[in-house]
Write a protein that binds this ligand. Sequence first.
Ligand code: ATP
Length: 184
Amino acid sequence: MSAVGIYGGTFDPIHLGHLHVITQLLQRDIIGHLLIVPAGQPLLRADAPVATGAQRRAMCQLAIESLPADLRSRVEVNPIEILREGPSYAIDTVDAVAATYPDAQIVLFVGSDAYANIDKWHRVEELKNKCRIIVIERPGYSFEGLDISALDISATQIREGSSNQIPQSVAHYIKENGLYASAK
Ligand code: ATP
């Protein structure tokens, strides 16, 4: 069986920069199948996501529906971290995915901004032994990684209303649900 990828993030909201990453990873056949894993809702944290886990999951689902059929069939949104109680650690997600795909190599994709903090991750040495970690280069961050000609788009820009680089269906969802700048 070919490799299974895990692409995690807050996805508050998912944007065209993320979809570009997803498209590139699939088109380059770095993995056979890709799981999009929105992070859980951390309690009592200053940087908690604006949208709920259920809303971020729904937006990820809408976004992947906009992919061409051949790529769409190789991606799914996995709610494991959203449904999990307590803090979400990458290692728990990797363990759960490995249990579902016992014969597959697990590849964890991390943006260069997130990778800069990897030494602080829970049980990171074990994590590195259990999966392959591929760092994706991101404009504005110095770490060398997989060059996919990433787009300079962030969820922060979308929340602030300074960028509209999101699929139409996600824009519609944001408006309908009064999220982010559309709430003002
Ligand atoms: P925020 O602006 O809220 O910090 P974000 O745009 O960084 O959000 P996340 O949901 O935190 O989005 O990102 C999920 C993963 O995707 C992370 O690994 C991040 O590094 C990566 N990523 C985010 N935006 C891009 C982009 N434009 N190009 C490549 N990778 C990206």
